[in-house]
Design a binder for this molecule. Sequence first.
Ligand SMILES: [Zn+2]
Ligand SMILES: [Zn+2]
Length: 346
Amino acid sequence: MTETAQAAVIHGPHDLRIQPFAVPATGAGQVRVRVRAGGICGSDLHYFHKGGFGTVRLREPMVLGHEVAGVVEELGAGVSGVAVGDTVAINPSLPCWDCRFCRLGVPNQCLHMRFYGSAMPFPHIQGAFREVLICDAAQAVPAAMPVERAAFAEPLSVCLHAARQAGNLMGARVLVTGAGPIGILCLMAARLAGAREVVATDLMDATLAVARTVGADRTHNTREAPDALARYAADKGHFDAAFECSGSGAALASAIPVVRPGGTIVQVGLGGAETAVPLNLIVAKEICLRGTFRFHAEFAHAVDILARGALDVAPLLTGIMPLAAATAAFELASDRGRAMKVLLTF
Ligand SMILES: [Zn+2]
Ligand SMILES: [Zn+2]
């Protein structure tokens, strides 16, 4: 008889079911992990509300989740470097190591990427919101800390990678537009990288309060004060770098006048929509507009940062809810006035 474990499976918009999912045997080079905590991400919410984002659409039921941590309970043949009983953060990214981009050293662009809870390929890559996960040993990174903190390793990795796209931030003045969990973690990553001044914008006071708690120098509610950034536009722009984390074209357009000549704007947020930007300003100010996609080497770095307590993610944690209440947890996580990061427990 096949062993099963409960999992959070999305069948379509607002149709999230807790149901048994097969647990395969632990193969050579793999570990079996008892999942303990899983953070609900913006991409999970896109599947939950709309069945996908942009051109990425659910075409079959899929286990959600890619921000998980747990405890190792079995080792496959030949596994070393991790032991039964270890708390581990799970790197949801599994590149092929053989395609053109893996060989170029950019495995986050792998042509055959297996990333948990992604409907980009078909069949979809099943996610990690399940009681038991069998993964490659290399994906299970020992994380000597509470699982609730270890579950932040994935979103922090995204933001460390984004910060890397911005180049040297030592002494930099940084703007973050969109102060959700990713915006907040970008803000913290920029600080860690040496930013001297960090300014955050959002449409909600609640998220801006968290931004100030974690160290934003100033925050602006651009719903209440749409021209709040105008003060930073003098002398061709105040900021050395900007992280656009909202996915809104209007936010990107607002950043361009306030980033100095030669500055960098990192587009982190995915809106899925085409947008108009003031191209002439990008040209005239020689602004570098960069994308950023997932991460790779940053995952182990994120675990290390969290283990050392080099930054404190506690202000981001809104609530912890059991897997059985996953639908309620997804609803809470969708309410930006009340929620930053919501974790499931298994
Ligand atoms: Zn995520
Ligand atoms: Zn590859």
